[in-house]
Design a binder for this molecule. Structure first.
Ligand code: URA
Length: 425
């Protein structure tokens, strides 16, 4: 077997055999297939696609490149959720302890942000003392104690994906549906969860810009999960505008705690509850309603235990950026557009995100929104507050907002998109 013949097969629109897939994933993980050869193959896959059986074998080969976790010794069924990434998407933070409070265990292996989408671990690291890196034993201890754990995936889990994802990120090959589906599902299947709910984002702030592509990605991932024995469901959810009123690490933790305290923005609460109900149903847990667990403080109790078990000081003040700058509403009328991608890039440039994997993020940086699409605004009223420790970035960050804010004359009829656009099971 050699890399060139595998690349040629896909370049010429052929189907890769099981043996070719097994060999290329294994040889790439071991360093025998070079990065430039894998880049050429990834580009051929992006351009020419893969058949369902090829995607399934590719996913399986990536799972076999590393270890599989096993939660079967836990007394509760396990349920996890994965978002394909968005702006202001802090849902994992209130969701994991909420589902734990309702009777399922949530082993959530999360990632860091890259580009304009935020990462769950970066958000939680703004809590003083909180640790993302846990050994397998520590992870089990947190799960037993708090019912939920959010931590970094160890190096042993789908190492082929770790290498390939970093390569795709710098070769313009992230947006291939077979590669996204196999990347996400190899990690989730290797993680060993019994049930999985996928939050497939659609819109300007997401990888999938339209519903048809999002449906294809969701169907592919649900198929992979189901074949592997994981009870998998996908919700397609709106990412044309940011979720909630904050985009940025500590800002999003603050908003998540508001949701756990029974408040918070309506869209964040709605999506958290919708995903929680799906996660519980997929795990076969039919006890407490998640809305009650937000009201009665039990979700907050699980949050406090989960954060404290990972070294976090739940009562410590969250970091605040050194400088704030207000962007006023450009006109009076109805806010009809607050573009997710524009706000995401603005928050990223303020320091909330990183341009390269090794860059640090600013805990306090980001964008606070004072209105949502559909709200009436008055010219000059504060519309956004930009937070950063590095005010020299303001001009560059504000450039990202160009064309991203639209205000229509007062009285203009406007219906915001529903949060949940479709469900695929
Ligand atoms: N998230 C992943 O883990 N992999 C992808 O390819 C895209 C998003």
């Amino acid at each position: 077997m050699d890399a060139i013949s595998v690349i040629r097969t896909k370049r010429d629109r052929g189907e890769l055999s099981d043996a070719q897939i097994d060999w290329v994933i294994d040889a790439y993980t071991r360093g025998e297939v070079a990065d430039e050869q894998m880049s050429a193959l990834a580009m051929a896959i992006l351009l020419n696609g893969m058949k369902p059986h090829e995607i399934s074998r590719w996913t399986d080969a990536m799972i076999r490149s590393g270890v599989r976790m096993d939660f079967s010794s836990l007394p509760l069924p396990t349920s996890d959720k994965h978002s394909t990434g968005g702006v202001g998407d802090k849902i994992t933070l209130p969701l994991a302890p909420l589902v734990a409070a309702c009777g399922a265990a949530v082993p959530q292996l999360s990632g860091r942000g890259l580009g304009h989408t935020g990462g769950t671990l970066d958000k939680l690291e703004s809590i003083p003392g909180w640790r993302a890196l846990l050994s397998n034993d520590e992870m089990m201890d947190v799960l037993r104690d708090a019912g939920a754990v959010i931590c970094a995936a160890g190096d042993g889990l789908a190492p082929a994906d770790k290498k390939l994802y970093a390569l795709r990120d710098v070769t313009g090959t992230v947006e291939a549906i077979p590669l996204i589906a196999s990347s996400i599902m190899s990690k989730k299947i290797a993680e060993g969860t019994g049930a999985l709910v996928l939050d497939v984002k659609v819109g300007s702030g997401a990888f999938m810009k339209n519903l048809d592509d999002a449906r294809e990605l969701a169907r592919t991932m649900v198929g992979l999960g189901t074949t592997a024995g994981v009870n998998t469901v996908a919700l397609l959810t709106d990412m044309s505008t940011p979720l909630g009123l904050t985009a940025g690490n500590a800002l999003e933790v603050r908003e998540s705690v508001e949701v756990l305290a029974g408040g918070g923005p309506a869209d964040v609460v709605e999506l958290t509850l919708a995903l929680a109900r799906e996660m519980l149903a997929a795990a076969g847990v039919h006890g407490k309603d998640p809305a009650d667990a937000l009201r009665d403080g039990s979700a907050m109790d699980h949050w406090r235990r989960m954060i404290a078990a990972q070294g976090g000081d739940v009562d410590a003040p969250l970091p605040v950026a050194r400088e704030q700058h207000v962007i006023p509403a450009p006109a009076s009328g109805v806010l009809t557009g607050l573009d997710a991608y524009a706000v995401g890039v603005c928050a990223w440039r303020l320091g909330a995100g990183r341009a390269r994997k090794e860059d640090p993020v600013q805990a306090g940086a980001g964008v606070e929104m004072h209105a949502k699409p559909g709200d009436t605004v008055v010219a000059g009223q504060p519309l956004l507050t930009l937070h950063t420790d590095t005010p020299e970035r303001y001009d560059y960050a504000i450039e990202a907002l160009a064309g991203g804010i639209t205000v229509a004359p007062e009285g203009t009829a406007f219906t915001p998109n529903p949060i949940v656009l479709d469900r695929i099971a």
